[in-house]
Structure formats: structure tokens, C-alpha cells
Design a protein around this ligand. Structure first.
Ligand code: ZN
Length: 317
């Protein structure tokens, strides 16, 4: 606030001193940052899990895709689908689709753009479940999938009401969590496909990936690959959180996570991953189990992350 007063005084003094007519000085428009609605975001999370696990080639997957497309159609300037196929285990022919929504597309190649992303699929196998009988069941994916998408849907809704000062692309990746344990080639399918087939001239300044950001006991450390690829973006997020008094982003290095930010970084899009892998804590009881349900998540956690992102977005120029 002190800086603002000084600036106002300076502009006033300059105006007084400059009596000769001349070109009008343009001042920066004041930034009004929309208020993120955690309850609304949580409703977006529950809507996704209500379809059932979003596993490729199932009606739940199909219904959720239709839902995501129609929601984004209401908010974004353009929405398009990027379908692709993949040969899965036992010869299965899998149909996946990335969903891409653009805000301020007219900003084109010259102005600033960023990409915000999350995966919308659920893991087909709860292979970390303590009960053997559950390990062949799909994961409900409330936190692992739906939480990131929920935050981005609420941000998309806000961007419709208050257009952001920069261009933004929201991308929902499919097929992030398909692979069997240790079969890394069968993970990150949507982000790999997107990175290989990105639209001509698509060259955002940086990217932010959200994954497992709904945990009711949310604590986000600085993911190791993110620190390596885009330390300045990590700093931007953490300093914004600090400025807002949001303590969910902890000042500690996190694990190295194999996630959708890797194909983007390899394709030259510097992208960080906001992820709390400890769900709910170091014992990891819910990750990749049938217990990954909305009751383990909270509107407050979604709101913490969403608020920080909105403040970052609306202060970029
Ligand atoms: Zn997962």
C-alpha cells in the first residue's frame, strides 16, 4: 500500500509540474483479482466422482468428457478436443481425449500466455490398496485427478466473468494414470500426446500442473523437478502464497514426481507441478486405493490453491 501511495503522489506531482500539453500518460489499470469459491470448486470435484471412475472406454469416462466440454464451453473463448488412441494391456484399444480451452486467444503469439493443466482420468487399478480384493478395482480419483480439474473449472468460471490480463490455456490431460506399477511408458499418455502434437505457435511462457491438490490435510512442498526446470515459477507461487498468508505451500523441497509436467518440460514449456504426494500423510493410505474419495478432500484446500493461482494470473502482465 505504501508503494501505491508513493506512486499516486509521484503521478500527482508530475502532473502539476508538467503544465505543457502533451500526450496523456497512461497509468496501469488497477487489478481486481476475482475471489475463488472453494465450495463451488468442491462441487466440481463431486460432480466428477459422481460419474464414477473416469477410466477409458467406460460410460463414466464418456459422460465426464461431455460434462467437461460443456462446462468449458460456457466459460472459454474456444474449446477443442484432442482425441487419440493407445494400445493398452492385453491388446485393449483405448480411446483417450485431451480437453483444451483458451482464454484471450487473440493475444496470439506476441503477448504473454501461460498454460494451466491437470489430468481428468482416474487410475483403472487401486493397486496400492491394503486389501487384495480391491486392487483390481478402479480408483475413485477424488484427489488424484478430480481435485486439479475442479480448481481449474472454478478458475475458468472466474475468467469468464473477469477476463485475465494475459492469455491462458486450460488443458485437461487424459490417460495420466493408466500404467501398471513401474511401467512408466504407460503413464502420462495425454500430456505426451499433447506435447508431441501441440498447436502451431503454441509457446506459453510457463505452465502450472495441478495434481493431488484437494487433500483435507494439504501441504504442498516444492516438487524437485519443478525446482530444476522452473525455479522462478516456483518462487512466484510460493511468494504469492506467503503474501496472502496461505500456509499450505510449505517452504521445503519435495520428492521427485513423475507427472504430466515432464513431457511439457521436454517440449520446451517450463512447467511446475503443484502436488502433495503425502495423502493424507507420509503413510500414503489413500493414494491409488479405493479410499480416494471426496470425504478425504476439502473445499478449504481447493480454495487455498485456487486463490494463489488467481492472484498469480491477475498480476501477470
Ligand atoms: Zn495417480
Amino acid at each position: 500500500m505504501r508503494q501505491l501511495l508513493t506512486l499516486v503522489l509521484l503521478v500527482f506531482l508530475t502532473a502539476c509540474a508538467n503544465k505543457q500539453p502533451g500526450p496523456e500518460k497512461k497509468t496501469e489499470p488497477s487489478t481486481s483479482v476475482p475471489v475463488f469459491d472453494g465450495k463451488r470448486a468442491f462441487a466440481y470435484l463431486v460432480t466428477q466422482t459422481d460419474f464414477g471412475p473416469r477410466v477409458a472406454n467406460t460410460p463414466a469416462h464418456e459422460k465426464c468428457l461431455t460434462y467437461l466440454y460443456s462446462e468449458l464451453k460456457q466459460f472459454a473463448d474456444t474449446v477443442w478436443l484432442q482425441p487419440f488412441t493407445h494400445k493398452g494391456y492385453e491388446g485393449t484399444f483405448l480411446r483417450f481425449t485431451n480437453v483444451i480451452a483458451s482464454f484471450n486467444p487473440a493475444n496470439g503469439r506476441t503477448s504473454r500466455r501461460i498454460i494451466l493443466c491437470a489430468h481428468w482420468d482416474s487410475r483403472p487399478w487401486a493397486d496400492q490398496d491394503t486389501l487384495a480384493k480391491n486392487r483390481a478395482k478402479p480408483v475413485p480419483g477424488a484427489n488424484d485427478g478430480a481435485s486439479g480439474v475442479a480448481i481449474l473449472l472454478e478458475i475458468a468460471r472466474q475468467m469468464k466473468t473477469t477476463p485475465p490480463p494475459i492469455g491462458v490455456d486450460v488443458v485437461f490431460f487424459d490417460g495420466e494414470d493408466y500404467g501398471r506399477s513401474r511401467d512408466l511408458d504407460n503413464f502420462l499418455l495425454g500430456s505426451r500426446y499433447f506435447a508431441k502434437n501441440k498447436p502451431a505457435g503454441f509457446n506459453p511462457d510457463f505452465g502450472i500442473l495441478l495434481d493431488m491438490v484437494g487433500d483435507a490435510q494439504l501441504e504442498i512442498p516444492k516438487e524437485a523437478n519443478s525446482l530444476q526446470f522452473a525455479p522462478d515459477v516456483v518462487d512466484l507461487i510460493w511468494s504469492t502464497a506467503r503474501g496472502l498468508g496461505i500456509t499450505t505451500f510449505i517452504d521445503a523441497p519435495g520428492e521427485t514426481v513423475y507427472d504430466d509436467h515432464l513431457p511439457l518440460n521436454e517440449a520446451g514449456i517450463r512447467t511446475i507441478d503443484l502436488i502433495d504426494f503425502n495423502y493424507p500423510d507420509e503413510s500414503n493410505r489413500y493414494w491409488h486405493t479405493v479410499e480416494d474419495t471426496p470425504d478425504k478432500c476439502s473445499p478449504e484446500s481447493l480454495e487455498d490453491v485456487g486463490s494463489v493461482l488467481l492472484h498469480v494470473l491477475y498480476h501477470l502482465r
